[in-house]
Design a protein around this ligand. Structure first.
Ligand code: NDP
Length: 433
């Protein structure tokens, strides 16, 4: 905190891990002696660069680009790129730190990284986005590579942005390699990658529910966000017979009292991915209720899936959810719940899954995309989905193994210790580097 006083999100992420990890470290002093924690909280490398670009009117803009190469103990750096005005060094360090544990939990050989820019793709034309992505990659390309660092998408970076960045990388590096994941299906993408984070989050929640003999069927499910993760979480919940009663964006919450149906879902996909419009329009189109400026947590639900952004669910939201009978919270987003909200969920015996466990499906399928690229093969959607499902079940088991506490699973403790052990053991084996 003294070294980087202006990085509250990073401090929050580290505190969440250390609170549950500390007793384990005291029982296993070899990790303390080797300075594992001191090394894990310091990125191996931080790259910060200027991204100049020209808008359609000929005006020059300058954004800031970043790549945090956090930890490469168990594999090449891997983690998304975020384009959002709120991006800064502290936000990306929190995301990169979380990514190290998450990637380890997938059991695939991937280190942790994260990057992005304070560029806002909202309201920009396709040509402006393309010029920005090309300028961003013109600097980033010299720092990444398929054996070194393999970025992917995140908030504000979807199929369009990955395509533009891949094109520019290929041109500059003069080679066609698996340097980005989340690629389109015509140039090396994996089936089920777009669905993976949302589906994976629902698969994880399903495992938690099974442990208390509950199912999605007939449950009221509140989802926040309406981007990539929220869209496919909603689709899987509907498929499992659950009722999706909300979605949200930065304008507010869409309330769907009777639950989302197939027609709503297809409209949403076109609205957000093709027309790039607002949920308010969806409310007007279907005559649904829209709650401007509000988050969905005051709506009565059985299961909550926060899928928008960090710190979007605070202690008051947690109290309201519990009062309204919510029994399960599985995070699709990264660190959407504040620390005190997490404490309350655990104290009250809510089935609570931290993002690093429940949203690991996206990076897991990114890992599978790298494997398919390396083999020059394409697995079927059924094959990838089955592997994703099995990875989410394994992560759930790992959390149960390490997280048992007074007859209940503390998923935060389980995920943190299980994620830590593999990385820490690899760091021990590789010496002080
Ligand atoms: P998208 O850009 O596709 O969607 C983000 C959604 O969250 C949009 O509905 C957006 O609304 C909303 N949102 C973002 N920032 C804010 C904000 N500050 N206030 C209110 N609403 C906001 O991103 P993804 O769906 O890919 O990512 C969502 C979350 O999931 C992030 O936390 C991300 O890190 C995490 N995640 C994503 C993975 C992936 O594979 N995509 C993998 C693992 C985690 P609006 O459009 O109005 O801004």
């Amino acid at each position: 905190k003294q070294r980087d006083p202006d990085q509250p999100e990073f401090h929050q992420a580290v505190e969440e891990v250390l609170r549950t990890l500390w007793p384990f470290l005291e029982e296993n002093p070899r990790y303390m002696h080797a300075g594992i924690i001191e090394r894990m909280v310091e990125p191996e490398r931080v790259i910060l660069f200027r991204v100049p670009w020209v808008d359609d009117a000929g005006k020059v803009h300058v954004n800031r680009g970043y790549r945090i190469q956090m930890n490469s103990a168990i594999g090449p750096y891997k983690g998304g790129l975020r384009f959002h005005p709120s991006v800064n060094l502290g936000v990306l360090k929190f995301l990169a730190f979380e990514q190290v544990f998450k990637n380890s939990l997938t059991s695939l050989p991937m280190g942790g990284g994260k990057g992005g820019s304070d560029f806002d793709p909202k309201g920009k034309t396709d040509n402006e986005v393309m010029r920005f992505c090309q300028s961003f990659m013109t600097e980033l390309f010299r720092h990444i590579g398929h054996h070194l660092d393999v970025p992917a998408g995140d908030i504000g970076v979807g199929a369009r942005e990955i395509g533009y960045m891949f094109g520019q990388y290929k041109r500059l590096a003069n080679e066609f390699t698996s340097v980005l994941t989340g690629k389109g299906m015509t140039y090396g993408g994996s089936l089920i990658r777009p669905e993976a984070t949302g589906y994976g989050c629902v698969y994880f929640a399903e495992e938690m529910l099974k442990s208390v003999k509950r199912r999605f069927e007939g449950q009221r499910v509140s989802i926040s966000g309406s981007g990539n993760v929220a869209q496919y979480a909603a689709q899987k919940v509907i498929e499992l017979g659950g009722k999706v009663i909300s979605l949200s964006d930065s304008g507010g919450t869409l309330y769907i009292e009777d639950g989302m149906n197939g027609e709503h879902w297809h409209y949403l996909m076109d609205l957000k991915n093709v027309r790039r419009g607002r949920l308010q329009e969806m409310a007007e189109h279907f005559a649904l209720e829209f709650l401007p400026g509000q988050r969905p947590w005051a709506l009565k639900c059985d299961i909550a899936l926060p899928c928008a952004t960090q710190n979007e669910l605070d202690i008051d939201d947690a109290r309201t959810l519990i009062k309204n009978g919510c029994i399960c919270v599985a995070e699709g987003a990264n660190m959407p719940s504040t620390l005190d909200a997490v404490d309350l969920f655990i104290e009250q015996g809510i089935l609570y899954a931290p993002g690093k466990a429940s949203n690991a499906g996206g990076v897991a399928v990114s890992g599978l995309e790298m494997s398919q690229n390396a083999m020059r093969l394409l697995w079927t959607d059924g094959e990838v989905d089955a592997k994703l499902h099995s990875i989410m079940q394994q992560i759930h088991s790992a959390c149960v193994n390490y997280g048992m506490e007074n007859g209940r699973v503390n998923y935060v403790k389980g995920a943190n210790i299980a994620g830590f052990v593999k990385v820490a053991d690899a760091m021990l084996a590789q010496g002080i580097v």
